[in-house]
Design a protein around this ligand. Structure first.
Ligand code: GDP
Ligand code: ZN
Length: 458
């Protein structure tokens, strides 16, 4: 059990007009009262807000005018006494207030320590704690919704109910083994076990199916921009980003490093990757880029294949079409301001059912049509956050895969008529693995590792 009082600035640095210094722990009230000019904060009612001044102990002068929220344990985020000092004077004064709080005996919180205390004090479970982290990192409204639902305990409830079913089955079977009063006891246990294992397996598989969409919401649709040198890949990326972060250059083949950029195209989160063209080359430096490109292609959810309207179709272009045959592709014919050399019929034939968009990026033409096509590709996949429980966390996905394996092992065992106590081992293992998602059976070191990824002040 932690006994000291921690503090941190719990609002993003340099953002917003109000900054909050948060304290949590047994001395939160007395420390705040010590530096506060106003009411006696140790005597006020819980969950109330009070206007006053923070006195600098070194100079005895007023350091900041504040509103202080008093929240007494246990109805707080950490289940400890919590005080939030709302400052409005910008970064310098909020830092000054933090210094004073530290001087009065609070300790600077480690990243994620508030949330860790909430978890350790049983206020939230691990998947909810992780949702707090996802929420902080969410890049789109949709991703935020998913995190909010998880924080609400949706995934936890589902996982707990699956665990409960397994536990009840195990208990049932155990009783049957201990009291074999009936002849068909072995068979009954067997049937019950098989039925329940199947049911849970179906649920675990359903959850795993949401993982891909969950990942896209969380990390963005991995989008690779490919094409021969100089066709306009960097220009395309810039057009989508509306900022000049990728390097645009006149020299062919100069985009050697893979650059990443996030954009929000009509509500679709894209993670854009600009790559060197995928092609055969003698240049060793360029080959590094090409290798990377191939890798990126394999991992992409969406590919933007760029061609040059002012050039004839080359063997390289055809190879690119070949490489992306079974992937989600939008073909972009750029530089339509130039004299036509590209045979559009051949392009459409090569593109098969994939959309073909024409652009003149230099003159900012065709970008709307492109954005339209992107949102269509995405929403036709019918990504809907509606009422579903999404799994979007890598750790959860890994554990669910392990659970799926353990359940399949159990079913295989039953198929091969293994003794019921052998099958029990796999079912018990599943129960433990699922427990790790909600934090019932996780190791100390994992908890430390998880919480250390948080932002300071959360
Ligand atoms: P990348 O090598 O495929 O990344 O191509 P870039 O985006 O670096 O563009 C190469 C050159 O083509 C640059 O000089 C761009 O300004 C130019 N460019 C890009 N789009 C257009 C366009 O629509 N029309 C014309 N005429 N030039 C373009
Ligand atoms: Zn480029």
């Amino acid at each position: 059990m932690e006994t000291d009082t921690i503090t941190a600035i719990s609002t993003p640095m340099g953002e917003g007009a109000i900054a909050i210094v948060r304290l949590s722990g047994p001395d939160a009230l007395s420390i705040s009262n010590d530096l506060f000019l106003g009411k006696d904060l140790t005597k006020v009612e819980s969950h109330t807000m009070h206007y006053g001044k923070i006195i600098d102990p070194e100079t005895d002068e007023v350091a900041e005018e504040v509103m202080v929220s008093i929240m007494q344990a246990p109805k707080t985020f950490t289940r400890e006494d919590v005080v939030e000092i709302n400052c409005h004077g910008g970064l310098v004064s909020v830092n000054r207030v933090l210094e004073i709080v530290l001087a009065k005996g609070a300790r600077l919180a480690e990243p994620g320590e508030f949330t860790k205390r909430a978890f350790l004090n049983g206020r939230i479970d691990l998947s909810q704690a992780e949702a707090v982290m996802d929420l902080i990192r969410a890049k789109t409204d949709r991703a935020m919704n998913v995190a909010l639902k998880q924080m609400d305990g949706r995934l936890s409830k589902l996982i707990q109910s699956l665990r409960q079913q397994l536990l009840e089955t195990l208990a049932h079977v155990e009783v049957n083994i201990d009291y074999p009063e009936y002849d068909d006891v072995e068979e009954m246990s067997h049937n019950l076990m098989e039925e329940k294992t199947q049911e849970v397996l179906v649920e675990v598989k359903k959850l795993l199916q949401t993982a891909q969409q969950g990942k896209i919401l969380r990390e963005g649709l991995a989008t690779a921009i490919i094409g021969r040198p100089n066709v306009g890949k960097s220009s395309l990326m810039n057009a989508l980003v509306h900022e000049n972060k990728a390097i645009v250059t006149e020299i062919p083949g100069t985009t050697r490093d893979v650059i990443e950029e996030y954009v929000n195209v009509r509500g679709v989160p894209l993670r854009l990757v600009d790559t060197a063209g995928i092609r055969e080359t003698e240049d060793i430096v360029e080959r590094i880029g090409v290798e990377k490109s191939r890798q990126v292609l394999k991992e992409a959810d969406l590919i933007l294949l760029v061609l040059n309207y002012g050039d004839e179709l080359t063997e390289e272009d055809e190879k690119l079409f070949e490489a992306v045959r079974d992937l989600d592709v939008i073909v972009i014919v750029n530089k339509t301001d130039l004299e036509q050399r590209l045979d559009m019929d051949t392009v459409k034939q090569l593109a098969q059912e994939h959309p073909v968009i024409t652009t003149a990026l230099l003159h900012e033409k065709g970008i709307d049509e492109l954005e339209q096509a992107i949102s269509q590709v995405f929403f036709e996949g019918e990504l809907d956050t509606g009422d579903m429980t999404y799994v979007s966390n890598v750790r959860h996905v890994q554990l669910l895969k392990q659970a799926r394996q353990a359940l399949e092992d159990a079913l295989n065992g039953m198929e091969m008529d293994m003794p019921i106590d052998v099958v029990q081992i796999d079912v018990t293992r599943t129960w433990e693995i699922l427990g790790e998602i909600v934090g019932d059976t996780v190791h100390e070191s994992l908890i430390d590792q998880l919480f250390s990824q948080f932002c300071l002040g959360k």
